[in-house]
Design a protein around this ligand. Structure first.
Ligand SMILES: [Zn+2]
Ligand SMILES: [Zn+2]
Length: 286
């Protein structure tokens, strides 16, 4: 089934490569990589190279925040322009309401909307002060929503708790799929992005070569399979920038992991990297 194009989907000539600026605030799993308690070879390598990965979250155009990570973003990132937060689910690496308390402490008067599955709103609500200019919006799989020219579609995930993946189209074109945390994608989610020709896909790949995890996450066996499914429906095309996120120490050390990902058309970028605009992985301030 061909879905109608979201508003803002049409790209103006010349803007194709500059449409959505996506900053990876974190690319790691809940425990981060390296896990500070762990002395395995992958964690030792990450320590040696200084390649720390915070829990996964991303910032779009400095306006739209994907997930409330418990880790502060890279020091050169300002969240002051964020008007909308899309939270995937209420696991603590994605839904840390303390982040909203930090906003309250600087008395930001601009309205902020936090959207996500109902358990996310229940987790956030007690952290808001009376008069906080924060609006909470419940979303469910299949919902379409628009905020300041961004067309948002909530998609189903395969995870242990109610979880949404987000399909976001920018006001000047550009389209992103934020897909964490999830196991193999539900069929309806693959169908929902049929023909999407996405600019950027952030797809989780938590478990590396640890295949017997039995959780709602992807690994190096199921990650390429999801890309094949997305390619088969024209959601991922030759020009789509596919970035692996939610990476844990169950993965091989970064150099080997980068080669494994390259073999299936995906890549590894450091925390702080900007993707989407100009297609380059340039860490801010590095
Ligand atoms: Zn997670
Ligand atoms: Zn989770």
């Amino acid at each position: 089934m061909a879905l109608p194009q979201a508003r803002g989907r049409a790209r103006r000539p010349g803007l194709r490569d500059a449409a959505l600026r996506v900053t990876l605030l974190g690319t790691g799993s809940a425990d981060g990589w390296p896990n500070p308690w762990c002395s395995c070879a992958s964690c030792a390598d990450a320590r040696l190279t200084g390649a720390a990965r915070r829990p996964t979250s991303a910032l779009v155009d400095d306006a739209l925040l994907l997930d409330l990570s418990p880790a502060p973003p890279p020091a050169d990132v300002l969240l002051g322009g964020v008007h909308t937060v899309l939270v995937t689910h209420d696991h603590p690496d994605h839904c840390a309401p303390l982040v909203l308390l930090a906003r309250q402490w600087v008395r930001r008067e601009q309205p902020l909307t936090v959207a996500g599955p109902p358990p996310v709103l229940d987790a956030v609500r007690p952290w808001l002060a009376p008069g906080d200019p924060v609006e909470l919006v419940a979303l469910a799989p299949g919902d379409r929503w628009e905020r300041h020219g961004y067309a948002v579609r909530a998609l189903a995930a395969a995870h242990e708790v109610p979880t949404l993946l987000y399909d976001v189209s920018g006001p000047d074109g550009g389209r992103l799929l934020y897909a964490t945390d999830t196991g193999p994608l539900p069929e309806e989610t693959v169908e929902a992005v049929r023909g999407a020709d996405l600019d950027v896909v952030l797809l989780e790949e938590t478990f590396g070569d640890h295949l017997g995890h039995g959780t709602g996450h992807l690994d190096l066996a199921t990650f390429p399979e999801q890309l094949d499914r997305l390619r088969a429906v024209g959601a991922v095309t030759r020009r789509t920038d596919v970035v692996a996120v939610h990476l844990s120490h169950h993965n091989p050390p970064a150099a080997r992991l980068a080669a494994r990902l390259a073999a299936c058309g995906a890549r590894l970028v450091p925390d702080g990297a900007r993707v989407g605009a100009g297609r380059a992985a340039v860490p801010r301030g590095a």
